[in-house]
Unconditional design. Structure first.
Length: 88
C-alpha cells in the first residue's frame, strides 16, 4: 500500500544542489514524488511504502542537520500515485 507524506524542510536550504540531493536520495530509497523550493523552504511530496518512507525521512534529517535546518515537518496525506521523482 502506498503512503504519501508532505515534508517541509525550513531553514537555510535555498541552494541549487539541495533539490538534486533530495531527488537522488528519493531514487535510492525507492520514493516517488517531487521536490520544490520556496523562500527558505523545501517542499517534498514523498510516496512509497512505509519502510522506504521512514528511511528517506531519517536520511533527510541527518543529511540536512548540519546545513541550517530550523524545522522539518512531516504530514501524511492521500496517495497521488506518482510514477517517478521530479524536481519542480
Amino acid at each position: 500500500m502506498k503512503i504519501n507524506y508532505h515534508i517541509e524542510i525550513r531553514g537555510n536550504v535555498n541552494h541549487l544542489g539541495n533539490k538534486l540531493k533530495i531527488m537522488i536520495l528519493a531514487n535510492q530509497c525507492n520514493i516517488a514524488g517531487s521536490v520544490s523550493e520556496k523562500e527558505h523552504q523545501l517542499e517534498i511530496e514523498a510516496e512509497g511504502n512505509e519502510k522506504d518512507l521512514k528511511d528517506f525521512i531519517e536520511i533527510c534529517r541527518k543529511k540536512f542537520a548540519g546545513e541550517g535546518i530550523v524545522n522539518m515537518t512531516v504530514k501524511e496525506q492521500n496517495p497521488t500515485y506518482y510514477d517517478d521523482f521530479s524536481i519542480l
